[in-house]
Design a protein around this ligand. Structure first.
Ligand SMILES: [Zn+2]
Length: 124
């Protein structure tokens, strides 16, 4: 349990599919869904690393939107990705380092919005 878990997952709203030889393709082979699976895997690894079974996550965001606002949101564990999706094109990069989970989001209006995640105990 002393090894530091390290995982990165990138999700892009644009299609990132390529042909088998690496050239761009006009067909989408469900690349978004593929990255969502990787993301969900990482979320569960993160929660195991933290060592809790809580289903609630506090998201703290900074440098969001064109006016670089900060904010907080409390969302169910399964809804973290939904909370970070925005309209239009964007790229989300999640990074897990041990018990620390962070993400950055780049989009038309944002250079690098940054998010921090904290598991919190469920309310009964
Ligand atoms: Zn695709």
């Amino acid at each position: 349990m002393n090894t530091l878990e390290y995982n990165e997952v990138e999700l892009t709203s644009d299609c990132t599919c390529t042909n088998e030889d690496g050239t761009p393709t006009d067909d989408c082979f469900d690349c978004w869904q593929d990255s969502v699976w990787l993301f969900k895997d990482m979320m569960h690894t993160w929660r195991e690393t933290v060592g809790v079974k809580w289903d609630t996550v506090k998201i703290t965001g900074t440098q969001m939107n064109w006016d670089r606002v900060s904010g907080e949101a409390i969302v169910p564990f399964e809804k973290v990705l939904d909370a970070l999706k925005i309209r239009g094109d964007f790229t989300l990069r999640f990074k897990q380092e041990g018990t620390i989970l962070t993400a950055t989001r780049s989009s038309h209006d944002e250079y690098c919005a940054t998010f921090y995640f904290t598991l919190i105990e469920d309310e009964d």
